[in-house]
Design a binder for this molecule. Structure first.
Ligand code: NAP
Length: 285
């Protein structure tokens, strides 16, 4: 079998193309397009790449976007942006320094502008929603990389209900909420992490695999169940190139669908951030 490629660039383009009327409505109402503020405190290679991709995508889509570098604790800057009437969406690039209290800092982003769903209040609303319909109506945006993973899964046209879903990685922004979302879609979910015994055994059972551990080619292609949907969120820098968490070439011979890296989850995540910003701007009008 040779997998169908889930083309993140094409999915992102579809999401971004649908934003035109919303952007025009905001521009007409207040004389300026929706604005995304990107606060960045990290010199990490992947954070820099995400920042550039978001600024470029925002400009191409017709949103205003501005980067706000910050070397110190960003809570006061986030509060200021929260009160700035020209700003509709705020994101704080991750990873943050480990010593910082992430919940405290993310709590400084007002929920109405929390387009990545990282404020503990947004996060709590998302986790209290038990079904996909409840997630859609919970009043908070799901973490945007998770929304991107689900949008790519939707492209397969298959249903998660009753399927075995395995998520590798349990971070607050990615693995854990991805597991919750798949559970809300009625998949039977296993959440793996660095202490999981027999990771290969779990992956071999997965009808739906979400790779979110951040280690290049760690999940071997030979572990992939024939016919699986492989959603690789990993972004790892190796020899000057971006590589996913899944050994792509071998996995693509076994899976039914697979996301490439780059060009899979990444561009859709960016498109989701822009879509959430336009939605937040319309909600504020
Ligand atoms: N495409 C996008 O838009 C996007 C957005 C965000 C992140 N990412 C990428 O996604 C990846 C994960 O990011 P993150 O922020 O979630 O990372 P993270 O916070 O570092 O979390 C990594 C997770 O992977 C688990 N893990 C590490 N080594 C493992 C192993 N050998 N076996 C099983 N699990 C293991 C860790 O387990 P423990 O909990 O036990 O430590 C942890 O839960 C990174 O490559 C990142 O760049 C992509």
């Amino acid at each position: 079998m040779s997998a169908k490629i889930l083309d993140g660039k094409a999915v992102a383009q579809t999401i971004r193309s649908a934003l035109g009327p919303g952007i025009a409505a905001v521009r007409q109402a207040r004389g300026a397009p929706p604005k995304l503020a990107i606060v960045t405190c990290s010199a990490d290679a992947s954070a820099g790449a995400y920042l550039k991709a978001k600024l470029k995508a925002a400009a191409e889509t017709g949103l205003a976007a501005q980067a706000y570098p910050c070397s110190d604790g960003p809570a006061s800057l986030l509060r200021r942006l929260g009160e700035d009437p020209s700003v509709d969406g705020i994101i704080l690039e991750q990873p943050l320094p480990k010593a910082w209290d992430a919940a405290d800092i993310f709590g400084a982003i007002p929920p109405a502008k929390d387009v990545e769903g990282v404020n503990p209040l947004s996060y709590g609303r998302f986790f209290l929603a038990k079904t996909a319909a409840e997630i859609a109506g919970c009043g908070a945006f799901p973490p945007c990389t998770v929304a991107a993973v689900i949008a790519l899964f939707d492209e397969t046209g298959s249903h998660a209900a009753g399927k075995e879903a395995v998520v590798v990685g349990r971070s607050e922004i990615l693995g854990r909420p991805a597991a919750h979302y798949l559970s809300a879609l009625d998949a039977t979910v296993t959440l793996c992490h660095s202490k999981t015994a027999d990771l290969a055994g779990h992956v071999r059972r997965a009808d739906i695999l979400v790779a979110a551990l951040g280690r290049a080619d760690f999940i071997k292609g030979a572990w992939i169940k024939p016919g699986a949907v492989v959603l690789d969120a990993g972004m790892n820098r190796r020899a000057g190139a971006w590589v996913g968490d899944v050994e792509y070439a071998v996995a693509a011979e076994r899976a039914a669908y697979i996301t490439p890296v780059p060009g899979g989850v990444g561009p859709v995540t960016t498109a989701v951030v822009l879509a959430n910003t336009v939605y937040a701007a319309k909600r504020r009008l």
